[in-house]
Design a protein around this ligand. Sequence first.
Ligand code: AHR
Length: 500
Amino acid sequence: LNCHVTLDPAFRIGPVDPRLFGSFVEHMGRCVYGGIFEPGHDHADTDGLRQDVLKLTHELGITLVRYPGGNFVSGYRWEDGVGPVGERPRRLDLAWRSVETNAFGLNEFMTWARRAEVEPMMAVNLGTRGIQEACDLLEYANHPGGTYWSDLRIAHGVREPHGIRLWCLGNEMDGPWQVGHKSAEAYGVLAAETAKAMRQVDPEIRLVACGSSNDRMPTFGAWEATVLDHTFDHVDYISLHAYFEKAGDDRASFLASGLAMDRFIDGVVATADHIAAKKRSRRKLLLSFDEWNIWYESRFAGHTNLDWAQAPRLIEDEYTTEDAVVVGSLLMSLLRHADRVGVACLAQLVNIIAPIRAESDRPAWRQTIFHPFALTARHARGDVLRVEPVTPTYDTPRHGDVPVADVVATHDPATGEVTVLAVNRSETEPVLLQAVVRALPGLRVADHQIIGGVADELLLTNHADAPERVGPRHGHGAAIDAGTLAVELPPVSWSILRLV
Ligand code: AHR
């Protein structure tokens, strides 16, 4: 099998926005409590922040973290999480039928975000609350002082405003499971009015309207159109969420999940551009893919049988090597849409469907999916190039005919470096990738790392007793000769090549 591409810096899709390498921390299960925050843990500092998790967060290369939910935010009173910890109320969290102690809140999160060197992306509650509470939170967080809420922040020991730029107007408001679920019309009106009021408090903020929870929602498409009819002039992004999983043993379709992600993005772009046309606007609205990952949702018992536990073990999926290959290919889909996707968040960061796992009796460890993310975040720099892979197709039960290989490349004009990401979806055959690089003379292959590619490792995971069992390995034999890069991609593998 073969795959041919041409890499030419004259053909670019758009710059790689660092915000594409975001993640997500929700008050859910053990993401906050027992994840980033665990007072008394051997690796926790005096603020209760786990240093082992912070170290892996740095290594993962994330740039931005969405907080505090997720479904959780739609019933959250943010005021419960600020001020003296001993006076904070214990509440029922209706989203996950858990008990929320509020020992961790906005100011603790901002301390963590500073140490993690990530930009915060804050969500407001538009489920059970509305315009006033969103403005109160923004005033508390961003107003310098001299008003009720900003002075309260200062009284809580935080003199400088947090200066949070990115704000989500609610979460998955199209989902019947959402506390305070709304029709597109009702949500569109509320989101537009909340956006206008929040911009009065702080004109520097950037706002995200809720799109669909996934593209299988019966309202998908119509939801975006109605919401954007109301909010187009008041928001900066429309959101997308998507989780993928392998159905039974249908590996062929699972490996092609990136095509489903491409279709979803293209559908939302089309809808946003339709509203722009209706409004005679030239604006290309950006997309915020603020929840994406693999989630074995079919194994999740549902939201209704939880029993008001504190930080219960929820959806702590253990990822295989094959999952890591798919995560690598989903990152390629996001990069390919760098002209329209401005924010993306791998959901979530720790324990909950996460690249990082943490337990109370040992140091945190990397799941398999950690590796494609960390490698891409570190090396995909500069501009995404427009490459047009020419490769055979194969048939899949879910996606029909699918190209056997996919390729995405970035070129950093500042350093001249090129990064090539490539996936081989064939379950049996290697693919010979040939990339013409004549427009980029003088390059040599500095590194080739591969995830997958060994049949009997595809279902292996990293777990508490074998935390480093699987990870990337170095490939051999990639070379540039007479202006063409040639590299063999093993079956069911994801590769990253650095050309310098
Ligand atoms: O990430 C887990 C959940 O998935 C989030 O709370 C929700 O927004 C989505 O449905």
